[in-house]
Design a protein around this ligand. Structure first.
Ligand SMILES: Nc1nc2c(c(=O)[nH]1)N[C@H]1C(S)=C(S)[C@@H](COP(=O)(O)O)O[C@H]1N2
Ligand SMILES: [Mo]
Length: 322
């Protein structure tokens, strides 16, 4: 029997980031005092500084950006979910450096007239890269504001001439256990490879982007390098990382969290404060970086993007299609 590890309710993780940061400066201090280097498995602030020297991207601004203050680069790159590198929030920042992100192509196939391989270099140079500052709401009831660099998914799919009868897009993450330790962990946390899906109108919506960067630079590995999906009105787990395949399909594609816990995670996964997770409330959220004494924020329908996306779900019972 496979045993899956579910995300834990918010109360159990309130101090995890603070602990992580304290542990970091503690270890850095120790290294300085003893003259030894910090343990190699451990990402110190020098590693973050290195990331900051990453390739700069030329971006244009977007009218879709929120005016809320973005989280710090450190928040966005050290508090992550990327189970291929461990189930803890600091695991991706510590472990994802093992991932090779070049060469990298996405297979685009299924119900398209013009299937092909999309090279990451083409994605970075042949498309307009927009800065999109989006709210990001995780199912575990925390949130951030993230300045992504992305390309509307619709612009990319257009190149492949999607057939009229296609109804969904199925996405797949890289399967490479040699570089992704979580994929060979004895405690199987999720079925691999990680998969996700969108209905066609969701995929073609102008808010849906393929993100190739954040804070004006190429994506750090822990955030899903070199290319990941971002769907700002859905829980974070819909935003699949390190994508290697996009397939147009007639049938609703499987999704990893739904396979792991069908009672807890549906296909749609729209942010909806009136539909609680079976084990915790979705009414409020904790903004990362706001401090442990900050007031929780009320979660907004569709994560605040209702004006743009509510019409996609008209006539659907969102308690049934959660
Ligand atoms: N391949 C893959 N994609 C993934 C995940 C994952 O474990 N593997 N976690 C998801 C979850 S649960 C969340 S909240 C977001 C987190 O994105 P971030 O770390 O960039 O904030 O990535 C999503 N995409
Ligand atoms: Mo998540």
């Amino acid at each position: 029997m496979t045993s899956y590890r579910y995300p834990t309710p918010p109360s159990s993780q309130i101090t995890s980031k603070e602990d992580f940061l304290n542990r970091r400066s503690f270890v850095a201090g120790m290294a300085g005092a003893s003259g030894l280097a910090a343990a190699p498995s451990f990402i110190g602030s020098s590693a973050i500084a290195q990331e900051r020297k990453a390739q700069k991207l030329k971006t244009t601004s977007s009218s879709f950006s929120t005016v809320e203050k973005p989280n710090s680069y450190e928040d966005v790159t050290t508090y992550n979910n990327f189970y291929e590198f461990g189930t803890g929030k600091s695991d991706p920042a510590e472990n994802a450096h093992t991932l090779t992100t070049r060469p990298w192509t996405i297979d685009v196939g299924g119900m398209v007239n013009n299937p092909g391989k999309l090279d990451i270099e083409k994605l970075l140079t042949k498309f307009t890269l927009e800065e999109r500052i989006y709210r990001f709401r995780c199912v575990e009831a925390w949130s951030m504001v993230i300045p992504w660099v992305g390309i509307p998914l619709a612009d990319v799919l257009k190149q492949y001439d999607v057939q009229g009868s296609a109804k969904y897009v199925a996405f797949e993450t890289l399967l490479r256990p040699e570089e992704m330790p979580g994929q060979s962990s004895t405690f199987s946390s999720l079925p691999w490879p990680y998969v996700e899906g969108l209905r066609m109108d969701e995929a073609m919506h102008p808010l849906t982007i393929l993100a190739v960067g954040l804070y004006g630079e190429v994506l750090p590995n822990q955030n899903g390098a070199p290319v990941r999906l971002v769907v700002p009105w859905k829980y974070g787990f819909k935003s699949i990382k390190s994508i290697v395949s996009m397939k147009l399909t007639e049938d609703e594609p499987p999704t990893s969290w739904n396979k792991a816990g069908p009672r807890e995670y549906g296909f749609y996964s729209n942010v909806n404060p009136t539909v609680n997770h079976p084990r915790w409330s979705q009414a409020t959220e904790r903004r990362i970086g706001a401090g442990i004494f900050a007031k929780r924020i009320e979660t907004l329908m569709f994560n605040g993007y209702a004006d743009q996306v509510a019409s996609l779900y008209e006539g659907m019972d969102l308690r049934k299609f959660y």
